[in-house]
Write a protein that binds this ligand. Structure first.
Ligand code: MG
Length: 386
C-alpha cells in the first residue's frame, strides 16, 4: 500500500522539494491533498500532474480560477484557510507535510494530531509560538511529529534508540549566513538582496533573512526545546560554515552523535516521509574527501543579538516566544521593504518584548491574541523609529 501524503504549502520551497522526493519514490508515496495560498498557477499544474483527491487554494479570490482549470478532472477543489484546517482530517491521509509558513500552521497541526496522522513538520513558527499546546496534543495522539528542519531531523535521528539515556546537551549548528565575515559596521548598509544570498541552503525569503540575522537559529533553539524536551541551558549554538554536520547530541558518557549530509532539504524531507524506514536517495552521497575541512566557531553574539533575544524569550516562557516571533516577522518585512536596516531588527524585537504583557500559561486564544497585539505594537515601534 502506498502512503498517502498531504502537502500543505505545495507551491513553496518545502512543498516543491517534497514533490521531488515523491517523484523519485512513486512506488511508495502518492499525493492525496495539495494546498497553496496564492500560487494558483503552480497549484493547478501540480494538481494535473499528481492527481490528488483534493486541492485547496487558501486565498478565496483564486477559487474560480482553480475550479475552472480542474473542471474536467475528479479533483475536489476548496478554498479558504478553514478548508485547509478541515481537509487534513480526511481519513485517506497518512502523512501531513506542513510546508506552510507562519502561525497558520498551528490549526492544521493540532487537527492532524487529533486525527492521529504522522506529521512531517517544516514549519517552526507554530512550535515556537504554541509549543505548549502542540506538545499536549502530541502526547494524547497516536500520531507523531517528525521534524523536517535539518537540525531537528539530525537530532531526531541521533535520539533514535536512546530512550531513557541522559543527554548532557544538544548543539545546533548554523552556517552563519551570508554576513559571517562581514564587519558589524558594514552590516548596517546591507540590503535585502544581500541577505537573500544564502551560501548553502536553498530556502524561502523570510527564512533566508532569519538565517542572516541568526534569528533562525534562535527560533530553532525554541523549537528544539519543545520537540525534544530540552531545557534552554542545555541548548547551544555553533557556527559551522560548511553545513555538513546538521547538529549534535552530547550524551553523559562523553559520546557525541551527529548526522552528516550535503545541505539539501530533500534529505530530511525524505527521512520524514519514509520514517521509521530508510529508503534509497536519488541524491549524491556525501564525499568526505571533498569536504575534509569542517570548521566550528562560536557565534558572534554582539553582531547577532537575535540569538540572545530568542534564548531570553525561551527562558521567560509563556507567550514571550510568540511576541519574539511576531515582532521579528514584522521587522523582517520592514527590512525587505528597505524601511529599516538589518541591525534594527533586534532593537525592534527587544522593544516589543519589553512592551507586551507576559502571560505565563497562555491558551491557544491567548497566543493568537498576543500575535496580533505584538504585530500592531511592532508596526508602531517601526513607525516611531524615524
Ligand atoms: Mg534549520
Amino acid at each position: 500500500m502506498k502512503k498517502r501524503v498531504a502537502v500543505l504549502g505545495s507551491t513553496g520551497s518545502i512543498g516543491t522539494q517534497t514533490l521531488q522526493v515523491i517523484d523519485s519514490h512513486n512506488d511508495l508515496f502518492e499525493v492525496e491533498l495539495l494546498t497553496a495560498f496564492n500560487n494558483s498557477k503552480l497549484l493547478i499544474e501540480q494538481a494535473i500532474q499528481y492527481e490528488p483527491n483534493v486541492v485547496v487554494i487558501g486565498n478565496p479570490d483564486h477559487y474560480s480560477t482553480v475550479r475552472d482549470a480542474l473542471e474536467n478532472t475528479d479533483i475536489k477543489v476548496y478554498a479558504g484557510k478553514d478548508a485547509i484546517n478541515q481537509v487534513v482530517e480526511m481519513d485517506t491521509i497518512d502523512t501531513v507535510v506542513i510546508g506552510i509558513i507562519g502561525i497558520d500552521a498551528i490549526e492544521p497541526i493540532i487537527r492532524s494530531l487529533q486525527n492521529n496522522k504522522k506529521i512531517a513538520l517544516a514549519n517552526k513558527e507554530s512550535i515556537v509560538v504554541a509549543g505548549s499546546i502542540i506538545k499536549e496534543e502530541a502526547v494524547k495522539s497516536s500520531g507523531q511529529i517528525i521534524p523536517i528542519d535539518s537540525e531537528h531531523s539530525a537530532i531526531f535521528q541521533c535520539l533514535m534508540g536512546e530512550v531513557g539515556n541522559t543527554i548532557s546537551k544538544i548543539v545546533l549548528t548554523a552556517s552563519g549566513g551570508p554576513f559571517l565575515d562581514v564587519n558589524i559596521s558594514d552590516i548596517r548598509s546591507v540590503g535585502p538582496e544581500d541577505a537573500l544570498k544564502h551560501p548553502n541552503w536553498n530556502m524561502g525569503d523570510k527564512i533566508s533573512v532569519d538565517s542572516a540575522t541568526l534569528m533562525n537559529k534562535g527560533l530553532e533553539a525554541i523549537e528544539a526545546h519543545w520537540l525534544f524536551n530540552i531545557p534552554a541551558d542545555k541548548i547551544e549554538v555553533l557556527i559551522h560554515p560548511q553545513s555538513i554536520i546538521h547538529s549534535l547530541v552530547y550524551f553523559v558518557d562523553g559520546s557525541i552523535k551527529t548526522q552528516l549530509s550535503y545541505p539539501d532539504m530533500r534529505i530530511p524531507i525524505q527521512f520524514a516521509l519514509s520514517y521509521p524506514n530508510r529508503i534509497k536517495s536519488s541524491l549524491p552521497e556525501l564525499d568526505l574527501l571533498k569536504k575534509s575541512e569542517l570548521k566550528f566557531m562560536l557565534p558572534d553574539v554582539k553582531k547577532f543579538r537575535n540569538l540572545a533575544l530568542a534564548f531570553k524569550a525561551l527562558e521567560s516562557g509563556g507567550n514571550m516566544p510568540c511576541i519574539l516571533n511576531a515582532a521579528n516577522d514584522i521587522a523582517v518585512r520592514a527590512f525587505m521593504d528597505k524601511r529599516i536596516s538589518l541591525l534594527d531588527i533586534p532593537e525592534i524585537v527587544e522593544k516589543s518584548m519589553q512592551n507586551i504583557t507576559l502571560i505565563k500559561k497562555p491558551s491557544l486564544q491567548d497566543y493568537f491574541q498576543t500575535d496580533m497585539i505584538a504585530r500592531e505594537k511592532t508596526i508602531e515601534i517601526i513607525n516611531n523609529l524615524r
